[in-house]
Design a protein around this ligand. Structure first.
Ligand code: ADP
Ligand code: ADP
Ligand code: ZN
Length: 222
């Protein structure tokens, strides 16, 4: 059983997934994080993906579906080994109709399914403000905000002690580009899932704790 977090860049998908995944027995699956890890490791995938990410474009669907399938295999293996993980909490995937169709095929083949698709919402000006102040830990992937969610010690990750940084694609140009790609390519997915009765909505324009509580309630089905 998998859950998909949808919503535009900056709405808080990664932040929320990091906070709640363990509590709902899911494994946080961020395709952006998988691409950044490949870039850091210098794998052939990473070399190819670097320019695409820096410009704020989307990685081709077949490649994205491939890394998702690999990660789903790992989650299934963890589960078979007795881990408390029921499935993936998708963050940033799927982003196109072909990705959503590819995911459906993949899950049918694996006898797995989507429990819920949760759209998190916030107004555009809030998204831009959140993205402009975003900082991430390059070591553990935790997300911060210089104003709304700073680390305890200036510029140092609370979790692992590494220096937090601004992502290469959180420039004003790439932010604009990513938000308009969302409207063109990803927003149509909301109808795709609503038509199948899977879509729920959570207001993301509130403090992190309230959003987390709402998401957990929605995933647990009450
Ligand atoms: P996404 O994964 O949807 O692109 P992130 O989780 O990276 O979004 O969040 C974007 C930025 O907004 C981060 O800097 C994060 O700290 C901040 N943020 C997330 N949720 C909230 C919230 N509820 N209130 C204020 N800032 C938030
Ligand atoms: P953001 O929430 O700001 O979009 P992510 O970490 O989710 O950041 O993604 C960073 C980048 O990784 C995207 O701009 C895109 O280049 C690539 N990426 C992530 N997920 C996908 C996906 N599902 N399909 C294609 N490209 C993706
Ligand atoms: Zn860290």
């Amino acid at each position: 059983m998998h859950v998909i977090l949808m919503g535009p860049q900056g709405v808080g998908k990664g932040t929320q997934a990091g906070r709640i995944a363990g509590q709902v027995g899911l494994s946080h699956l961020s395709t952006g994080e998988l691409f950044r890890a490949a870039i850091k490791a210098g794998t052939p995938l990473g070399v190819m993906a670097k320019k695409i990410l820096d410009e704020g474009n989307l990685v081709p669907d077949d490649i994205t579906l491939g890394i998702v399938e690999t990660r789903l295999d790992e989650i299934a293996a963890e589960r078979a080994a007795g881990g408390n993980v029921q499935g993936a909490l998708f963050d940033g995937f799927p982003r196109t109709i072909p990705q959503a169709e590819g995911l459906d095929e993949m899950l049918a083949k694996r006898n797995e399914s989507i429990l819920a698709v949760i759209e998190i919402t916030a107004p555009r000006d809030v998204l831009v403000r959140r993205l402009s102040g975003r900082r991430v830990c390059p070591h553990c992937g935790w997300t911060y905000h210089i104003e709304f969610d700073p680390p305890k010690v200036d510029s140092i990750c609370d979790n692992c002690g590494h220096t937090i940084v601004q992502r290469d694609d959180d420039t004003p140009e790439a932010i604009e580009r990513r938000l308009s790609l969302y409207d063109q390519q990803t927003a149509p997915l909301l109808k795709y899932y609503a038509d199948r009765g899977l879509l729920k909505t959570v207001d993301g324009n509130r403090d992190m704790e309230s959003v987390s509580e709402d998401l957990i309630r929605t995933i647990n089905g009450n």
